[in-house]
Structure formats: C-alpha cells, structure tokens
Design a binder for this molecule. Structure first.
Ligand code: SAM
Length: 214
C-alpha cells in the first residue's frame, strides 16, 4: 500500500465511522502527507489511529483528534486562524488547506523550526510561524476569526479571548493536566457561548496563561 492508499484508509476507517462529516475536512486530510510530519523512526505508524512522539516530550495528535478540532472550527475558506502549539506542523497544514491564513506559535524552537522547513518544502505560503508563548496570542495580527489551541489548558487564556473577533470560534482542550474535554466557544459581543465535546488527552499548554510547568 502506498501513502495515498493509507490516507484514504485513515479517512474511511478512523474519521467517517466516528462521525466526521465535513467533506472539506475529510478531503484535506486525504490530501495532506502526514508521513512527512512525523519522525523517520515512526513513519510506519504515520497513518495509524494514535498520537506519535515528535521530540521534546511532545506529540503529533491522533488523526481523529485533528479532524474533530478542525470540524468544530467551521472553516469556510476566508478565515484568519491562530494556532497555539505548532508541534509537527501537521494541524497547521490541514488548517491552511481550509482557511485563508494560519498564524501558528510553538514554544520549542527545535519543533517550530522543523515545522517551518516542512511548510516551505510543501510550498505553503499562507502559514506564518513564530516561536514563543502562544498563551499571549499574536497581538500584531489580531483579531482572529478562529483560534485553536492544541495543548491542554486549565482554562481559555484571557489574551486569546481578547484577540478573537466578534462571531469567532475558539476550540481548546480544557481540564486537568492528564485529561481534558474539548471546548468550543463562540464569541457574541460580550458573551461566550460554550459547548463541550469529546474527552481527550493532550500534552500541557505551558505558559503565562496556561500551566506554569510540566
Ligand atoms: N498541532 C500539533 C501537530 O499537529 O503536530 C500537535 C501539537 S502537540 C499535541 C502540542 C504542542 O503545543 C507542543 O508542541 C507543545 O510544545 C506546544 N505548546 C505547549 N505550550 C505552548 C505555548 N504556551 N505556546 C506555544 N506552544 C505551546
């Protein structure tokens, strides 16, 4: 089986049966070469139903979790998206297929720089990356139509709420250090409309408005 077949199998056996319906999300995940975002030592498992280690104690998320979070963002193609937690860059690439521009922040320089090389190699011109504490957001580029945090947080970091456009959506795993629940929040004027989704396990969001240490 080649990688294209493995991607098709991933979509058909891991995403569709678990309820992912957004055709644009399914198509994007069938296109993006996930095997180019994982470490060479784990390439055989690139399309398996699991998260994989990417160095610095961090992980590339399970395909299903990438799909759920992306679907919850309700992307139509014109959005400016902020991602906190670049990691391997895989989620950024999926977002970049579905939105206008993606701004992504990673706290580990080694991971952020490797992801940047991948974006260049794959000719993504709408992904903008930086190294730093993503809990502070990216003030110069705010407001964002959508914000996705791909690490587990005690609550939504305040600066990210402030940097979300009116009508915008934040998707974030919130809860304890070892297990969380996906929270989708829509900003309507001064109100935040919250919806809780699946339980999940993410590495911690470490920063000024996240956990203070691992
Ligand atoms: N989206 C990633 C992917 O597709 O590979 C998965 C990311 S991994 C589950 C979470 C990432 O968040 C890690 O790389 C971690 O270093 C990063 N992270 C944690 N706290 C952060 C912070 N305050 N700012 C930016 N990145 C952070």
């Amino acid at each position: 089986m080649d990688y294209k077949d493995l991607r098709e199998l991933m979509v058909r056996t891991q995403l569709i049966p678990r309820g992912i319906r957004d055709k644009r999300v399914l198509d994007a995940m069938e296109r993006i070469p996930r095997h180019l975002f994982v470490d060479r030592t784990t390439i055989a498992d690139a399309y398996s139903d699991m998260a994989l280690p990417i160095g610095e104690g961090q992980t590339i998320s399970q395909p299903y979790m990438v799909a759920v979070m992306t679907e919850l963002l309700e992307l139509r193609g014109s959005e400016k998206v902020l991602e906190v937690g670049t990691g391997s860059g895989y989620q950024s690439a999926v977002l970049a297929e579905l939105a206008r521009d993606v701004y992504t922040i990673e706290r580990f320089a080694s991971l952020g720089e490797l992801a940047k090389i991948r974006f260049q190699d794959l000719s993504f011109t709408n992904i903008h990356s930086r190294i730093g504490d993503g809990t502070l957001g990216w003030l110069e580029e705010a407001p964002f139509d959508r914000i996705i945090i791909t690490a587990g947080a005690p609550e939504i970091p305040e600066p990210l709420i402030a940097q979300l456009a009116d009508g915008g959506i934040i998707v974030i795993p919130v809860g304890g250090l070892y297990s969380q629940q996906l929270l989708k929040t829509r900003k309507k004027g001064d109100n935040l409309i919250k919806e809780y989704h699946t339980l999940c396990v993410f590495v911690p969001l470490i920063g000024r408005y996240g956990w203070k240490r691992e």
